[in-house]
Design a protein around this ligand. Structure first.
Ligand code: ZN
Length: 456
């Protein structure tokens, strides 16, 4: 007989009858068994021993695009001028230094920071596969296993999006640290990822998915191999897409096509595909992404940090695409800030408010974000769904005064990561009263980042 855990929530966002949206309800009783909700009832009888969750209780949040090791760059790249491309040089310096021994504590602490902010699933875009000289580790998936261990110890579900990265640009071979990313060709990548998939075939907390780093990094004729592997396993497929105008210009020069057109020709668009950034698109690109039901993962705090631009989120939704949100470079880790930034950036461009609705932003944070990572059974407070709970304080310095009747909008537009008090993932309490089960995550980050920069 497995234990039943019960919670009573002052205020919770309960899933609606259909997959779309939900309703805000008071005094919600929740029961959990074997990591799933077995009861979600508004105003029902409270079982003895039920835990009380104050504030606003949300379902789990998905960080649909993460690079854990970029956490070691925070506070080291923001001053002065420079571009995406000069930022990338600093990022490559860190990528060149990492070892399994330094990557584990860094990723574990970075993932713990995410859980403290309300994230219950991370989509880790994993391309740092090999040793610094490009040769494989004894187990070619050594660093993939490191990320799985890090996520498990941090108490978060993982979509490990193993990334095919073969070239350093159109018709350019990998150079320097990029050699750590490469598998030679897409079929060698697929063989390695297949071994990774089989290693976790029975895992319930993990999805092994595929990624093509970008059309810069995977030659056009090899894209179908990556897309085919994902399709044959019904796995998520992610790709960076049109983050910078230079990528579009180079792609047009090399192929006479936009990056979106190349992905479409490769059979890489569709309902299991996520285009990360999708910032600089033509109207034909938007139509193709929408018609195929592709998800666009916006990473607004990174996109503004790297001067990428503001993508056409409204047009994508109207065309039929879905939205998700990602921390990407981890310049900050704050899911509510990602959501509000998606809307606030559009306000600055359009001179109008309400470009993206609160239900659309909520779906991106919860259901659609989870679906884009292969966890369609998460992100909803409903019987049968994965038992994730995220409690957000409504009486903090930032959130005091939020109208309970409009608490979701209030939280999205005003709350910070520090307002998350409790996080339950698959029925397991990972954060209680603002404390992660690993302890002082600030200290863990500090030590892990110092170790990376001392190396070499
Ligand atoms: Zn990225």
């Amino acid at each position: 007989v497995s234990a039943v855990t019960a919670y009573v929530c002052d205020l919770a966002f309960v899933a609606g009858a259909t997959d779309a949206g939900g309703v805000l309800a008071a005094d919600v009783v929740v029961e959990v068994e074997e990591g799933r909700f077995t009861r979600v009832e508004v105003g029902g009888e409270v079982p003895p021993g039920a835990e009380h969750l104050r504030g606003l209780v949300l379902p789990g949040l998905a960080d649909a695009h993460s690079h854990a090791f970029h956490r070691a760059l925070r506070g080291r790249t923001h001053g002065g001028r420079g571009t995406f491309w000069s930022w990338r040089e600093v990022m490559y310096d860190v990528a060149g230094r990492l070892t399994p021994d330094t990557y584990l504590p860094l990723a574990r602490a970075a993932f713990a920071e995410s859980v403290l902010a309300g994230t219950t699933t991370i989509g880790e875009f994993h391309y740092l596969h090999h040793q610094p000289d490009g040769s494989p580790y004894a187990d070619p998936n050594e660093l993939g296993h490191t990320l799985v261990q890090a996520a498990r110890e941090a108490g978060v579900r993982l979509a490990l999006l193993d990334t095919c990265y073969l070239t350093g640009g159109f018709d350019r071979s990998l150079e320097g640290v990029q050699r750590r990313f490469g598998d030679g060709d897409a079929s060698a990548w697929a063989d390695r990822v297949e071994a990774l998939r089989q290693a976790y075939a029975v895992a319930d907390d993990l999805v092994v998915g595929a990624a093509a780093h970008s059309v810069r990094a995977v030659p056009a004729e090899q894209l179908p191999v990556v897309a085919g592997w994902a399709r044959s396993h019904e796995a998520p497929l992610h790709a960076h897409l049109s983050e910078q105008p230079a990528e579009n210009a180079d792609c047009l020069a090399a192929h006479g096509r936009t990056p979106t057109e190349l992905l479409e020709e490769a059979g890489a668009l569709g309902q299991r595909t996520t285009a990360v950034h999708a910032t600089h698109l033509t109207s034909e690109d938007i139509a193709a992404l929408g018609a195929s039901g592709t998800t666009a993962c916006l990473c607004p705090t990174t996109e503004r940090d790297l001067a990428d631009g503001i993508g056409p989120a409204r047009e994508l939704l109207d065309a039929g695409a879905l939205l998700s949100l990602g921390s990407d470079s981890r310049a900050i880790v704050a899911p509510f800030e990602e959501a509000r930034a998606a809307e606030l950036h559009l306000r600055l461009r359009t001179l109008e408010r309400g470009n993206l609705t609160v239900p659309e932003l909520t779906a991106a944070l919860t259901t659609d974000g989870h679906r884009s990572l292969g966890f369609a059974d998460a992100g909803r407070l409903a019987v049968g769904a994965r038992a994730d709970l995220v409690a957000v304080q409504l009486d903090s310095i930032r959130t005091a005064g939020i109208d309970a009747a409009d608490a979701i909008a209030g939280v999205i537009f005003a709350a910070g990561a520090a307002d998350v008090t409790d996080v339950v993932v698959d029925g397991r309490p990972v954060v209680r009263d603002g404390e992660h089960h690993l302890g002082d995550v600030g200290r863990l980050l500090d030590e892990a980042i110092a170790a990376v920069h001392e190396e070499g």
